[in-house]
Design a protein around this ligand. Structure first.
Ligand SMILES: *Cc1c(COP(=O)(O)O)cnc(C)c1O
Length: 351
C-alpha cells in the first residue's frame, strides 16, 4: 500500500481522524434529526466539554477559527473598545479584519514585539500594562480584552503561571481574557495540566477550542466560562452565517474527539513528531532552528537555495516570518517516515 501523501505546510492539510469520522457517519446513519443544534450529539458533546473542563460552561459551534475568534471578541467588546494582542496573533495577521468587522470597529492594539517573550510569540503582562496605561483619554479606543494564542503562532506554549500573570494584568484594568485555542490540544499535551488549569482556573473568560487542525473535518467550539458573557451569542452566530443547520455533523465528530481523550492523543502525537523533526534538523549543518518546539510546529532559518531545493523535491511549507523563517507543522497523522523523509532531503540539499 502506498504511504499517504503528507506535507508540513499546515496541520489543516491533514484529513479527518478515524474516531471523528466514525461519529460523523453515526450521525448520518440514524435518519432525520432535529436541526440547528437541537440534536442529541450537540447535547452530548456540549456535556462532554462541561465534564472535561469541570465547569458548567456555555458551548457554541462554528465552522472555523476566524469566526470563533471574531465572534468571541465581538461579544466582549463595544465598537469603541480595543483588544490587546501580540503582533503575530492570528487575529491580527490572518483574519482579514474579521474581529474588527464583527465588532463593528473594535480596534486591535498590537503589543511591542522586541522582548524575548515577544520573539517567541508571547504577550507579557508588562506589554499589556504599557498599552493600557499609555492613554486613557476619550480619543483612544478603550482597552477591553486581552487576547492570547495557546499554543502560540510560533509553536511555544504559555505556562499556567504565565496565563495567570496575564489574567492578573487584565483584571487589574477590568479587561476580559480571550484564548485563541486553534492548537489548544497541543498546548495541553505539552503542559500535561488539566484543560481547566490553563483556562478558567487561570482566569480565561472565553476559549476558542480548535478541532479542525487536530483531526475534525470542520468545526471549532467557542466556550464561555462566564455565562454572563455569552448572552445573545447564539444570535451573533446566526447573523454571521455561522449557525450550521445540520449541526450534528460538527458536534458528532467532537464526540469522537472527546471520547477516550482522542483530542489529547492526536495532539501528543503531533507534538512528538515536531520533536523528532527538531532533533533531526538541529543536527544538520546550515540549518538554524529558531527555538525548541513546545507544540507541533518547528521554525527554522534556511537559505534561499535550500528552500528552493526542498520545494523542487515537492515539499510544501510556509515562509511567512521575515528573514527566511520557514514553518514546518506536524499533524495528528504525520508519520515518522514522513518526518524522516523530509530530514533526509534536507540533509542532501543543505550539504
Ligand atoms: C488556524 C488558526 C486559526 C483558525 O483559522 P481558520 O482558517 O479560520 O480556521 C486561528 N488561530 C490560529 C492561531 C490558527 O493557527
Amino acid at each position: 500500500m502506498d504511504t499517504p501523501h503528507q506535507q508540513f505546510a499546515s496541520d489543516n492539510y491533514a484529513g479527518t481522524c478515524p474516531e471523528a469520522l466514525e461519529w460523523f457517519l453515526k450521525a448520518n446513519g440514524s435518519g432525520h434529526e432535529p436541526a440547528y443544534g437541537d440534536d442529541r450529539w450537540t447535547e452530548r458533546s456540549s456535556n462532554m466539554f462541561r465534564e472535561l473542563f469541570g465547569i458548567d460552561c456555555d458551548v457554541y459551534y462554528v465552522f472555523n477559527g476566524t469566526a470563533a475568534n471574531s465572534l468571541a471578541l465581538a461579544s466582549l467588546c463595544q465598537s469603541y473598545h480595543s483588544v490587546i494582542c501580540s503582533p503575530v496573533a492570528h487575529v491580527e495577521t490572518d483574519e482579514c479584519g474579521g474581529p474588527e468587522f464583527f465588532s463593528n470597529g473594535s480596534k486591535l492594539l498590537v503589543a511591542e514585539g522586541h522582548s524575548e517573550a515577544a520573539q517567541r510569540g508571547k504577550l507579557t503582562p508588562q506589554a499589556v500594562e504599557t498599552l493600557v496605561t499609555k492613554r486613557n483619554d476619550i480619543h483612544y479606543p478603550r482597552p477591553k480584552v486581552v487576547s492570547i494564542t495557546q499554543a502560540t503562532e510560533l509553536g511555544t506554549v504559555y505556562s499556567v503561571d504565565e496565563v495567570r500573570a496575564l489574567s492578573w494584568a487584565a483584571q487589574k484594568h477590568q479587561l476580559k481574557l480571550h484564548m485563541d485555542g486553534a492548537r489548544f490540544a497541543n498546548a495541553v499535551a505539552h503542559l500535561e495540566c488539566t484543560p481547566a488549569d490553563i483556562t478558567w482556573k487561570a482566569g480565561v473568560d472565553v476559549l476558542c477550542f480548535g478541532g479542525t487542525k487536530n483531526g475534525l473535518p470542520v468545526g471549532e467550539a467557542v466556550i464561555f466560562f462566564d455565562k454572563a458573557l455569552s448572552q445573545d451569542f447564539a444570535w451573533r452566530v446566526k447573523q454571521a452565517g455561522q449557525l450550521a443547520s445540520k449541526m450534528r455533523f460538527i458536534s458528532a465528530p467532537w464526540v469522537g474527539m472527546l471520547e477516550n481523550d482522542v483530542w489529547l492523543r492526536n495532539a501528543r502525537h503531533a507534538n512528538q513528531m515536531a520533536q523528532r523533526l527538531y532533533s533531526g534538523m538541529r543536527a544538520i549543518p546550515g540549518v538554524q532552528v529558531r527555538h525548541a518546539p513546545q507544540a507541533n510546529g518547528v521554525f527554522a532559518q534556511l537559505s534561499a537555495l535550500t528552500i528552493a531545493a526542498l520545494r523542487d523535491r515537492g515539499w510544501k511549507f510556509y515562509e511567512f516570518i521575515a528573514g527566511g523563517g520557514c514553518r514546518f507543522m506536524c499533524a495528528w497523522d504525520t508519520s515518522e517516515a514522513t518526518v524522516d523523509a523530509l530530514l533526509s532531503d534536507l540533509r542532501k540539499v543543505s550539504a
